[in-house]
Design a binder for this molecule. Structure first.
Ligand SMILES: *Cc1c(COP(=O)(O)O)cnc(C)c1O
Length: 377
């Protein structure tokens, strides 16, 4: 096979549908070049309609900002404990620190790679026993795979601890027919450039009532009291989404289902093409789970194999990336308390994310597969 090196194959590149530019042009022609305007309202409605459970959505400037605001709305404050999935992107955990609260990291289980319910309950019990009841649970649907929804939310209900659902990677995923993003007391999405749909950068906070959404928007727009002059009683943020980029979001929502379908096809094609390769495995969907397959991930037999593959791909101008390095092993967070079973450290050692964009073609995937085969076979 001819190896092409001209065009880089990215892990997860943006993929416009076509209508985005029309909505952006509407923002220009109406001069709503501001963090208010019709694109924002319509984008929020699009997301709410998609989630199909009467949710109230606040479009914000990033997923990280959405987590920050979400934790604030859950009244997380200085010294509070937040139980956070360890295996995730740092953006899940950093907002806990922004609030001077304390992350306590919970390791993963092997069927979804997400928060382990056994360790979660252990952590809850131990913290209640020392009179430090956790203020929130931050659970993540990693790579689009729903976390153990039943188990995690049963514990949350049993101990009456709210859940912030980090659905940054899981727009389009479902559990038992319900969309990821509907399960938390609050949930967030990210529309960063590498996510399943993108506004170049952006996020959303999913709320259970109009009044909570209004509170979110109030804090996202500098917490201005109702006066003709600018008067502030509370500490606000500048976290609202721009009406210009909300136009990109409207166009992207029109093609979301196609994007999910393409990503899932990528996964199936990798799995088929690599089926005869020993020591490579894929994460299957547990009963009831439907993953958007934001990224196709593989597990190899060792750190060495994983690195050989990654380096061989890189030499051919193909981007791949080790799985998320767990927070409890990050220099930034090693000193924080954690509940560890070894699962996420092993995933990090052996796992690799393969190019997974919805705009990849079969030849791209065949090229990636051929390089993996030259390393392993
Ligand atoms: C991307 C991501 C975020 C952060 O979203 P941004 O829009 O990039 O701020 C948070 N959590 C997870 C799991 C993510 O993948």
């Amino acid at each position: 096979m001819e190896i092409k090196t001209q065009n880089k194959i990215w892990l997860s590149a943006p993929h416009m549908g076509g209508a985005e530019i029309d909505y952006v042009n509407q923002a220009f022609s109406s001069n709503w070049i501001a963090p208010v305007g019709p694109n924002i309202n319509e984008f929020e409605k699009d997301i709410s309609n998609y989630l199909a459970e009467g949710k109230y959505v606040a479009a914000l400037c990033s997923g990280t900002a959405s987590i920050h605001l979400g934790l604030k709305l859950l009244n997380v404050t200085q010294g509070d404990v937040v139980l956070c999935q360890s295996m995730t992107f740092a953006a899940s955990a950093n907002p806990i620190k922004y609030l001077n609260a304390r992350p306590v990291f919970i390791d993963s289980e092997t069927s979804t790679w997400n928060m382990c319910p056994l360790l979660l309950e252990k952590a809850i019990k131990e913290h209640i026993a020392i009179n430090k009841k956790p203020k929130a649970i931050l659970a993540v649907h990693l790579y689009g795979m729903p976390y153990k929804i039943r188990e995690i939310h049963e514990l949350a209900n049993k101990y009456q601890i709210p859940v912030l659902e980090d659905s940054a990677e899981a727009l389009g995923s479902t559990f038992e027919g319900r969309k990821c993003g509907v399960f938390g007391n609050l949930s967030i999405f990210s529309f960063n450039g590498n996510k399943i749909i993108t506004t170049s950068g952006g996020g959303a906070l999913v709320c259970n009532s109009q009044s909570i959404k209004e509170e979110a928007v109030f804090f996202a727009t500098q917490a201005k009291d109702n006066f003709p002059h600018y008067q502030h009683t509370e500490l606000g943020f500048n976290y609202r989404m721009s009406n210009v980029i909300a136009g990109i979001g409207r166009g992207q929502m029109e093609v979301l289902e196609q994007r999910v379908e393409s990503r899932r096809q990528n996964f199936e094609y990798y799995k088929l093409m690599l089926s005869d390769v020993p020591n490579i495995s894929f994460l299957e969907e547990p009963q009831g789970s439907f993953s958007n397959r934001w990224l196709t991930t593989i597990l190899t037999d060792s750190f060495t194999t994983r690195e050989k593959i990654r380096i061989a791909l890189d030499a051919e101008n193909i981007e791949s990336r080790p799985l998320w390095k767990p927070m409890h092993s990050q220099p930034l967070y090693v000193k924080e308390k954690s509940y560890i079973n070894g699962v996420s450290d092993e995933l990090f050692d052996k796992g690799l994310c393969l190019p997974s964009g919805s705009n990849l073609n079969k030849e791209d995937i065949e090229l990636v597969v051929s390089i993996i085969k030259t390393v392993i076979l």
